[in-house]
Design a binder for this molecule. Structure first.
Ligand code: GTP
Ligand code: MG
Length: 190
């Protein structure tokens, strides 16, 4: 079992090629800017400011590697839909695909974060289709579920099922509701 509290920042890297050497399996977090990627890492690891969060979008500019209990790296990716940082999302996904299908792939799973309050945008849809088509292990994590009701959750599940997403791969989370983080921890433990 992973001890999530035993976590630390390792490094920021401009691309996957500059990942920490000799490392652990990687789980990459992607999602639009401000969706709550950095907040989720903090919440999972029981830390207030392991990953830097901000109410202003576009905060995370590089791939940030967090060592979780010497068992895996959580990788906080820059938010998409916010080009100001100049981060090339297509390049990241190109690299990711190369790495994923290489023999010694370090990327074991991609967590796609989606805001429970918003409709999926084109980037969200592109990324989900990409992962489904390429058969890459993924989990869809709706964030900020404290802001929506049950019928909105059903509507979101329905629209994803129509895209070929397996309902088992969908988790609703809120950093304000610690219980909702347990299913994410289980995925990471596996
Ligand atoms: N109510 C609520 N707010 C949340 C939740 N998760 C994150 N937030 C808020 O959403 C804002 C953005 O969170 P970040 O974690 O910085 O988002 P990010 O995806 O890392 O953003 P970028 O680094 O810009 O890509 C912050 O103000 C958080 O406090 C949640 O579960 N519920
Ligand atoms: Mg961030």
């Amino acid at each position: 079992m992973i001890n999530f509290s035993n976590s630390s920042f390792v490094k920021s890297a401009p691309n996957l090629a500059n990942a920490p050497q000799g490392g652990f399996p990687e789980v990459l977090l992607v999602g639009r800017s401000n969706v709550g990627k950095s907040s989720l890492i903090n919440a999972l690891c029981n830390k207030k400011a392991l990953a830097f969060t901000s109410s202003k979008p576009g905060h995370t500019r590089l791939l940030n590697y967090y060592n979780v209990d010497d068992k895996l790296y959580l990788v906080d990716a820059p938010g998409y839909g916010f080009a100001k940082g100049g981060f090339d999302l297509d390049k990241l996904f190109g690299e990711m695909m190369e790495d994923y299908f290489s023999k010694a792939s370090r990327i074991k799973r991609v967590l796609v974060l989606l805001d429970s309050r918003r409709e999926l945008n084109e980037d969200d849809v592109d990324i989900i289709n990409f992962l489904v088509e390429k058969n890459i292990n993924y989990t869809l994590i709706f964030t900020k579920v404290d802001k929506v009701n049950q019928s909105e959750k059903y509507r979101l599940i329905k629209s994803l099922k129509e895209m070929g997403v397996d309902e088992k791969e969908i988790i609703f989370t809120s950093i304000l509701k610690p219980r909702t983080l347990e299913p994410v921890r289980s995925v990471l433990n596996k």
